[in-house]
Design a protein around this ligand. Structure first.
Ligand SMILES: C[S@@+](CC[C@H](N)C(=O)[O-])C[C@H]1O[C@@H](n2cnc3c(N)ncnc32)[C@H](O)[C@@H]1O
Length: 206
């Protein structure tokens, strides 16, 4: 049995489960496994999902927050409506100030949780892809810092590499507890890992 064969089977397993459970992406299981382990989202929460298309993480978030919560998804691409009045999606670039302004205008109150599974188009050149991924993670952290309530949580994807240490440093400045997590649903051969920041350190105005 080769590693390739095993990883293909693993991929197909989550792909099949996503189809069976009417989930829009196999990535849904990455978020589900993280929430099962760390419990950073609960009923009634306000959630912002950055890089949300096609909407698998939105479906999981909606299941958890229920009728009393609110979920906002942002992506460069159009997201097919989920059919819930408390799930709103917008098209926008998370690197732009304009998108941050629109997010703030839509949220009913400061967010409890910010998620980011945003990924660049893969160029195949490792240094470029790693740098672009970290740029998206930094833009996501910037949005999280602007919309989270004090004590809120942030879950973000990065590709491992030499820019990771600097990003983790920024995360530690912003959150009381920071840890890395590789969900079972994430392919072993993929450089992606997720960083969970818990307990946003609210900045006090002077
Ligand atoms: C892996 S997919 C997200 C999958 C999603 N979590 C799900 O479960 O359906 C990554 C997404 O990031 C989006 N993305 C990449 N760069 C972005 C940017 N600058 N602003 C907003 N979205 C971006 C892509 O369009 C893509 O839809």
């Amino acid at each position: 049995m080769t590693g390739d064969w095993l990883s293909r089977r693993k991929r197909d397993y989550y792909y099949r489960r996503a189809k069976e459970e009417d989930l829009r992406s196999r990535a849904s299981f990455k978020l589900l496994q993280a929430i099962e382990k760390f419990g950073f989202m609960k009923p009634g929460d306000v959630v912002v999902d950055l890089g949300a298309a096609p909407g698998g993480w939105l479906q999981i978030s909606r299941r958890i927050v229920g009728d009393s919560g609110f979920v906002l998804g942002v992506d460069l691409a159009e997201i097919k409506p989920l059919g819930y009045s408390n799930v709103v999606t917008i098209r926008g670039d998370i690197r732009s100030e304009g998108t941050l302004r629109r997010i703030r205008a839509i949220l009913p109150r400061p967010a409890d949780v910010v998620l980011s599974d945003a990924s660049p188009n893969i160029s195949g050149t490792w240094e470029i892809d790693h740098a672009r991924q970290i740029e998206l993670a930094e833009s996501s952290l910037n949005i999280a810092s602007a919309v989270l309530r004090g004590g809120g949580n942030f879950f973000v994807k990065i590709f491992q590499g030499d820019l990771q240490a600097g990003f983790l440093e920024s995360m530690r400045r912003a959150f009381h507890a920071v840890r890395a997590f590789k969900p079972r649903a994430s392919r072993n051969e993929s450089a992606e890992i997720y960083i969970l920041g818990r307990g946003y350190r609210e900045k006090r105005g002077c």
